[in-house]
Design a protein around this ligand. Structure first.
Ligand code: T1G
Length: 678
């Protein structure tokens, strides 16, 4: 098998080039090729300098994640990089695309780094539950300082070439298209000078002079780091870079890396990495299915959902025609969209020019006829089957043939809606999550008759608008809400049986969710859908509304809130709940947090098993993708189905049986066979 690495001579410079599509991952053959390339350069006196670069769309994007968990094959990346850095001949990294993880560590081991303006650099290992494992946590702080290194290593977001140059991670930025030649000249300009080795840098002393930066960083990111091991390890490694010798620092990094690599959190996050990509694949739709060109989108409804959905397309540069029934609703909706963009601009997330460009692509209208030339129309109207059927019948009349007609319904039967048209093959569900311009998840709901090209187009489009999509079959609640309803049922049941409602919330918070169901209710508003008649009280929520406990906006809901919106459990609410329980004849008892966690989460896993068994999800990992991106399931546990497999399906079944809860045949079968999900 030919090596993915080749060498070329340009005068007195040896160029080591990797051609390992799709992302020049640093697999064994690449590492071996790098090592032999360096040996060739060092051993040839006519070679006075070295350039390392990559063919294809990017510089090395990291270690080959598919090798993780398998027996290591030499040379290791640290070995190859130590050889590289030890060279007395200047070695220059020529970067385009994304130098990520091990790729960034290759660049750090080079004596110099240049890039094109569009390049990015980063150490995203933490997003895989790891830390850099090829001395990145030791070379980077010595080159740029602990303060600048911390976010790169512990948060893991890549930075632009400009920002990288600003912190000293890049020595130069060269014109797009001129990287190869500029790298040669740059390397030649360094011949005869003592080489600059990152591992010998002193910039890391900033963390020694001001050790507070580490605790300050931890405090600032406490919420994101809750229950998640890798970021803390990353901070420890960067701190060690200032306190230990380079050799000892590398040893410390290796210890921390190995502990993480062998832990369940990294396994979970590596699972998710591939799960998110697998979700793009639609089992019986060929990858080369011709796509429908989506040049113009129509949105029906300019309310919260319609406006949010529209913003996704506008931000991706796709013109949108948005329809409302009344002018004031249309004006209100477009004003909210502009306000959202302007707020994003205030926070520096976009420029005012980008705001105007996005809003310039928006055409508000009261006329269905203005949707006639749209390639995709998404309705986001009131959740009523009759209303949706009328809308689709009208769209069927007005919109050109071959256009996709999508419903944003969160639980109605998409097949029934499709029957209101003469083109059921072009009908599907595109279920966005509120706020639709922010939440990443998109459930693509596949109707019985939905065509393959309609599905493939929708999946491709989801990437273009920055969503993470998974395909669901037609069932009440699709994947996410169907499982959520099981958790909600148990939450309501638990407080009737005596569980403290704040314990229910705290169990989910401690598990890693952003908030629990009662906090969520207070945030969204307890009075949503309330009939406004305080004398009519049939549920706990109606009892809370009857006494004005509408949620955070009223300063009180399930909790009492202070000015800083800090929550405190309420005696009044506890009383209301116990009165309700008494009326229902529900025995009250102490309920442990362990029981609460099992009764909240195991029924979700059981429902996920039923969803799989019914073919409503293509694969267990799709369910993980839905819950991590739509409902805040903590990424470092891998999603409900991966997490259940780490708990053990036999334990999940035993837990469900212990609490007298349903065990699906499919879950039982997998548990008895000692199998995992995915
Ligand atoms: N290893 C193996 N395969 C990879 C890969 C990797 N590092 N990165 C991407 N792929 C595959 C991916 O599965 C997909 O395959 C195809 O390439 C295109 O990827 C030692 C230990 C670079 C920003 O975490 O973030 O280095 O689905 O669909 O949207 O200290 O890929 O086509 O079969 O994502 O254009 C650190 C991970 C590793 C970067 C491109 N590096 N990759 O995004 O394409 S750990 C990372 C990405 C490490 C060192 C440590 C993205 C991308 P398929 P894609 P994209």
């Amino acid at each position: 098998m030919t090596s993915p690495i080749r060498t070329e001579r340009q005068d007195n410079v040896l160029v080591i080039i990797s051609d390992n599509p799709p992302v020049n991952a640093l697999g064994q053959a690449v590492r071996a090729g790098l090592a032999s390339g360096i040996e060739e350069a060092v051993g040839d006196d006519s070679v006075k300098a070295v350039v390392i670069r990559c063919d294809g769309r990017t510089f090395f994007a990291g270690a080959d994640i598919t090798e993780f968990g398998k027996p290591p094959q030499g040379p290791s990346l640290p070995e190859a990089l130590d050889k590289l850095e030890a060279s007395d001949k200047p070695v220059v990294a020529a970067i385009h695309g994304m130098a990520l993880g091990g790729g960034c560590e290759v660049a750090l081991a080079c004596h110099y780094r240049i890039a094109v303006p569009s390049a990015k650099m980063g150490l995203p290992e933490v997003k895989l539950g790891l830390i850099p494992g090829a001395a990145g946590t030791q070379r980077l702080p010595r080159l740029v300082g602990a303060q600048a290194a911390l976010p790169l290593v512990a948060i893991g977001d890549p930075i632009s070439a400009k920002k990288a140059q600003g912190i000293g991670l890049l020595d130069g930025i060269v014109e797009e298209g001129k990287l190869a030649e500029e790298a040669i000249s740059f390397a030649q300009s360094k011949i005869g000078q003592p080489v600059a080795r990152s591992s010998e840098g002193q910039a890391n002393q900033d963390g020694v002079k001001n050790p507070a930066i580490f605790d300050d960083f931890r405090a600032k990111h406490a919420r994101k780091m809750r229950g998640f091991d890798a970021p803390n390890a990353a901070i420890e490694a960067v701190k060690a870079a200032g306190e230990l010798s380079y050799a000892d620092g590398v040893k410390k990094e290796r210890e921390l890396f190995t502990t993480l690599m062998t832990g369940t959190q990294s396994a979970a996050m590596r699972h998710y990495f591939f799960a998110e990509r697998a979700a793009n694949k639609i089992d019986d739709v060929p990858a080369d299915t011709p796509l429908i060109d989506i040049a113009k989108v129509g949105i029906i409804g300019a309310g919260t959902m319609g406006g949010g959905i529209a913003m996704n397309f506008l931000s991706a540069g796709i013109p949108v025609t948005i329809l409302e029934m009344k002018q004031d609703a249309l004006d209100r909706g477009t004003a909210v969209m502009r306000k959202n963009y302007e707020n994003a601009a205030k926070r520096g997330r976009m420029t005012s020019e980008q705001v105007e460009a996005a809003m310039g692509l928006l055409t508000p209208t009261l006329e269905y006829d203005d949707l006639a030339d749209c390639d995709l129309v998404i309705e986001a109207v009131y959740e009523s089957m009759d209303v949706k059927k009328q809308v689709f019948a009208k769209l069927d009349e007005v919109v050109k043939d071959g256009a996709i007609l999508a419903t944003n319904t969160s639980y109605l039967n998409v097949d029934e809606i499709a029957l209101a048209t003469k083109r059921p093959g072009y009908v599907l569900g595109l279920h966005f999550f509120s706020p639709a311009n922010i939440m990443k998840l998109l459930e693509i709901v596949r109707g019985e008759k939905t065509r393959g090209d309609v599905l493939a187009t929708s999946m491709k489009l989801s990437k273009k608008i920055g969503k993470v999509a998974a395909v669901s079959g037609v069932c009440p609640g699709f994947i996410g809400n169907r499982m959520l309803s099981k958790r909600q049922e148990q939450a309501n049941q638990l407080i009737m049986e005596g569980a403290n409602y704040w314990d229910v919330d705290d169990v989910l918070l401690e598990f890693g969710f952003p908030m629990g169901p009662f906090q969520m209710g207070d945030l969204a508003g307890i009075d949503i859908g309330w009939h406004r008649d305080p004398s009519k009280v049939t549920t706990v929520r109606e009892a809370l509304c009857a006494v004005g406990r509408f949620g955070q906006k009223a300063g009180k809901g399930f909790y009492d809130y202070d000015e800083a919106r800090q929550r405190t459990p309420s005696d009044e609410v506890r009383q209301i709940i116990s009165e309700f329980a008494a009326k229902e004849g529900s025995e009250q008892r102490e309920i442990s947090k362990d029981e609460i966690r099992e009764r909240l989460l195991y029924p979700m896993v059981n429902e996920g098993a039923k969803i799989l068994d019914e073919g409503m999800a293509q694969r267990a990992s799709d369910i993980d993708v839905v819950w991590i991106n739509g409902y805040g399931w903590p990424l470092h546990t891998g999603g409900p189905m991966f997490w259940a497999s780490t708990v053990g399906l036999d334990e999940v079944v035993a837990g469900l049986e212990r609490h007298g809860l349903e065990v699906s045949g499919y879950l039982l079968q997998k548990a008895q066979a000692g199998e995992r999900f995915g």
